[in-house]
Structures are given as C-alpha cells and as structure tokens.
Design a protein around this ligand. Sequence first.
Ligand SMILES: *[C@@H]1O[C@H](CO)[C@@H](O)[C@H](O)[C@H]1NC(C)=O
Ligand SMILES: *[C@@H]1O[C@H](CO)[C@@H](O)[C@H](O)[C@H]1NC(C)=O
Length: 219
Amino acid sequence: MPPFPLLAVLLLLLCHGDPRAAAAGNPPDQPPTPTPTPWPHQFHAKLLMDYKGNLSLADLWYDWPGGRNLHVIRYQLAADAPYYDAEWNNGTSFFYTPARRACRSAAVGVGILRPDWLAPGAAYLGRAQADGFDCHVWAKADFITYYEDAQTRRPVKWVFYTGRTAHVMSFEPGAVLEDAAQWQAPDYCFAAGNDLASEPADGRDDQGFIPRIRMPSEG
Ligand SMILES: *[C@@H]1O[C@H](CO)[C@@H](O)[C@H](O)[C@H]1NC(C)=O
Ligand SMILES: *[C@@H]1O[C@H](CO)[C@@H](O)[C@H](O)[C@H]1NC(C)=O
C-alpha cells in the first residue's frame, strides 16, 4: 500500500483532532499541575515503617532552622529499642542504641533535606488513593514516590524505590523537641576507636527514614 493514505489520515487528524491539542499553549479546561507542599520548617511525625515485612514505629523530629533531624525508631518487639538516627546539616550522622551503648557515626556527605526538597524535578503522577486518603502523587528521580493528602496537603505516605515504605500516622507542624539531651549524641559516640565511617552519598540512600538526597546548599 502506498504511504499516501496514511499521510492523509495524519493530516486529517492534525486539522480536525482534539481541539485541546490545538490550543496546547493555553489549555482552558485544565487546572495547573499541583506542586508538592513544602514541609513545615519544624515538625514531629509518627511513622509506621514497613520494609519487606519488617515493621517499625519512628518518631521523626525535623528541625530545619536547627539544621538537624532525629529519628527515634522502635523495631517490632525489639528488646534493645529505641534506635536513634540523628542527622546534622554538616553531613554527620549518628546511629546509636542506648540499651547497648552502641554507636556508629558516618560522614554521609549531605545535609538534611530542605523543606522544599521534593518540588525540583518531581514528576506529577496524578491522583490516587493511599492508605484510604485521596492523594496527589509525585515521583522524584526514580527513587521515591510521595503521596500528599489532596485536602489537607499533609504527607500520607512515601515509598522508596527499594520498597521501604513510610505511613504517616500523625503530623504536627511546628512541633519541636526541646530536650537538648535527646538531640545530643551520647558520649560513647565520641569514644576513641569509634572512627567516623565514610558512607557513599550516591543520592539514592534510603537507609534513613526520610530520603537523603544531595541538594544544592542554600548558601
Ligand atoms: C528489622 O530490621 C532491623 C534493622 O535491620 C533489625 O534490627 C530487626 O531485628 C528486624 N526485625 C525483625 C523482626 O527481623
Ligand atoms: C556536626 O555537628 C554535630 C552536632 O553539633 C557534631 O557532633 C559533629 O561533630 C559535627 N561534625 C563535624 C564533621 O563537624
């Protein structure tokens, strides 16, 4: 068959196709693509984490002005809970278990997430149900999918590319952990012999309970 009929069909489609496509520069009936709500500069969230069936409850204290992030993690029925993951904006993280006086520190090479970490480069995937909530969904850099309640704009759930999933059980904007002793890494983290381990920061780390990604510094 000669190519002419196909070409004619294409021309017809171009001339008489979807009128919205013709006016693509300024679609009249499409709402603007939603953008993710930036995180409050300080908040407390309770997370139910699920990593391939391994469950934990985590208190997340995000403190952007303080340049720090604390997770207090309780693995299911763990005798030595809680486990702490304290992340500082200078790129140092401390992981410790007070019940065992065990600590590991690491130079992760990245600071904590900026409040607007999700928006740059995030692809909007539309609306979907998550944990029973009607959510806006974004994916970022093939490493996280993030669900935000379309009504309240609160985070509902996020899923790392490995399958590690956080369900947000409570979310308190403005909440600050005042107890300095909670933030301070314990003395055994600084004992001789506890060398600072260097961890590669390849931008896809999801060992923590919030994503750790390399962001341009705020200067
Ligand atoms: C879940 O994972 C944590 C961290 O690797 C581990 O300490 C804990 O024992 C695991 N829980 C179970 C039930 O395997
Ligand atoms: C980063 O800050 C924490 C908390 O102040 C501190 O303990 C740690 O030593 C600092 N790390 C570096 C490399 O300065």
